[in-house]
Design a protein around this ligand. Structure first.
Ligand code: NAP
Length: 253
């Protein structure tokens, strides 16, 4: 049955930055599809823990600061010692800094590049080593952006970091497909989360953005959950190195 290929029963999924927003929705979607989920957050993901518990899902919360890479071995160890293996990694944690390009500070450059690109690569590398040791492949899903395709305004380090995500998604897929590892990305369009509070509060930008989205609305966190489950599943085994836009048609304009 085709729907069986979407079943993720007993798979183990790591989702970074899942206390809120898109990460929370993807963690819940993966759990609903059958996964045991490991959530990586700087602080206790209280709301996500409550939602997981209420639905009877298995969820392990691990604390880590992904602005540096030192905690990565601990994340792998905790996951494997609790659930025995890793099948899926969703590199979702991300930050954005807004400042005119002429004034843009080195700190705003480095902070964003660290979380959004460098940690994404080294988390993927560590998990890929675990997949190879397990011997039966795995799925890596990176969260890219419209700014993997476009330039953006006042967010140069975000644009650089998300363009890098699309690039390293291809690069990792090229090297790891032979181990049955799929590395793909989801590029969300304009989604109503904390990340876009400032944009939505700016009336002029808000209406300019809405006017361009063929769907005529901001995306919701739940809009990302289905594509995430699909990419994590057997149904997507022959998709590799690709960045899928989930954008209400934004890029089609
Ligand atoms: P969000 O609500 O701001 O969530 C970002 C998540 O990343 C939070 O859980 C945050 O944790 C976590 N995070 C940030 N820095 C971290 C660090 N150093 N260590 C550990 N966790 C960290 O934003 P979102 O919209 O859901 O964003 C999720 C992803 O989608 C990001 O990669 C973002 O760039 C991308 N994206 C969003 C949109 C959009 O329109 N919303 C569009 C395209 C792409 P804290 O709560 O502790 O800060």
């Amino acid at each position: 049955m085709i729907l069986d290929s979407l079943n993720l029963q007993d798979k183990v999924a790591i989702v970074t930055g899942c206390n809120t927003g898109l990460g929370q929705a993807m963690a819940l979607g993966l759990a609903e599809a059958g996964c045991k989920v490991v959530g990586i957050n700087r602080r206790e993901p209280t709301e996500t823990m409550e939602k997981m518990k209420a639905a009877g899902h298995q969820f392990l919360a691990v604390r880590a600061d992904l602005s540096k890479q030192d905690d990565i071995p601990h994340i792998i160890e905790q996951t494997v010692s609790t659930f025995g293996r890793i099948d899926i990694l969703v590199n979702n944690a991300g930050i954005i800094r807004r400042e005119d390009a002429l004034e843009f500070s080195e700190e705003n450059w480095d902070d964003v590049m660290n979380v959004n690109s460098k940690t994404v690569f080294f988390m993927s590398q560590a998990v890929a080593k675990q997949f190879i040791a397990q011997g039966d492949g795995g799925k890596i899903i990176n969260i890219a952006s419209m700014l993997s395709f476009q330039g953006g305004i006042r967010v140069p380090s975000y644009t650089a970091s998300k363009s890098a995500v699309m690039g390293i998604t291809r690069a990792m897929a090229n090297e790891w497909a032979k181990f049955n590892i799929n590395v793909n990305a989801i590029a969300p369009g304009y989604m109503a989360t904390n990340n876009t509070t400032a944009l939505r509060a700016d009336e002029e930008r808000n209406s300019a953005i809405l006017e361009r989205i063929p769907a005529g609305r901001w995306g919701t966190s739940e809009d990302i959950a289905g594509p995430c489950v699909f990419l994590a599943s057997k149904a997507a085994d022959y998709i590799n190195g690709y960045t899928i836009a989930v954008d209400g048609g934004w890029l089609a304009r």
